[in-house]
Design a protein around this ligand. Structure first.
Ligand code: GRF
Length: 208
């Protein structure tokens, strides 16, 4: 069994491609004393991502690193790793990062990269998880905080929250209610890391 982080204030990096509502929720949890952490750097692969502006407004260092500026994905990820190491970060928090994480990052930050997915994994991995849930006709969906491995949303599960799917739900209305839960559960999961309570036993996460 391996302990993922020792107790103490977490140094986080956020990787995101879009609007950054989970980034904001994590910042709020820190501000309100619910999460003993600091977001020290935000990296986006999209130049126009609102998350970069949100980081700027909070005086958090932020960078746009674009895949197309590098010869291949390995070189792109090496650039990200350089930044993460310069900021001495402990956990990489994916928050709407719309790319598969490659070998370089996975190897350098083994079991130190976490993601949130808007479904109850292993159901509905990949894109449009809320639409998949509505189309399938499940009664309950939700969100999952999990470790990132080399599959698609397939890593060990840390925490989940259930959200009821209502008869009239569209992907949009369901997404909105799932998002509210995401904002709670991501901060809660991170606090478990800050308390040094997260262990990994083969593919199972043990919270002590
Ligand atoms: C969330 O629904 C999250 O579950 C998924 O991407 C979305 C990101 O939203 N991975 P935001 O950028 O944090 O608002």
């Amino acid at each position: 069994m391996i302990r993922i982080t020792e107790p103490g204030r977490l140094r986080l990096a956020v990787l995101a491609s879009g609007r950054g509502s989970n980034f904001t929720a994590i910042c709020q949890a820190i501000d309100e004393g619910r999460l003993d952490a600091e977001i020290v750097v935000v990296i986006s692969d999209k130049k126009e991502a609102p998350v970069l502006e949100k980081a700027r407004n909070r005086n958090i260092d932020h960078y746009h690193i674009a895949l197309q500026d590098y010869p291949d994905k390995a070189a792109y990820e090496q650039e990200i790793i350089k930044k993460l190491q310069a900021y001495d970060i402990q956990l990489v928090v994916l928050a709407g990062y719309m790319r598969l994480v490659g070998k370089e990052l996975l190897e350098t930050y083994k079991w130190k990269i976490i993601n949130i997915h808007p479904a109850l994994l292993p159901a509905f991995p990949g894109l449009d998880a809320q639409q998949q849930a509505v189309d399938y006709g499940v009664r309950f969906s939700g969100c999952t905080v999990h470790f990132v491995d080399d599959g698609v949303d397939s890593g060990p599960i840390i925490l989940q929250r259930v959200v009821e799917v209502l008869p009239d739900d569209t992907a949009d209305t369901l997404s909105e209610r799932i998002l509210q839960q995401e904002h709670q559960v991501y901060a809660e999961a991170l606090q478990l890391f800050a308390e040094g309570k997260v262990y990994l036993k083969q593919r199972k996460v043990v919270i002590k």
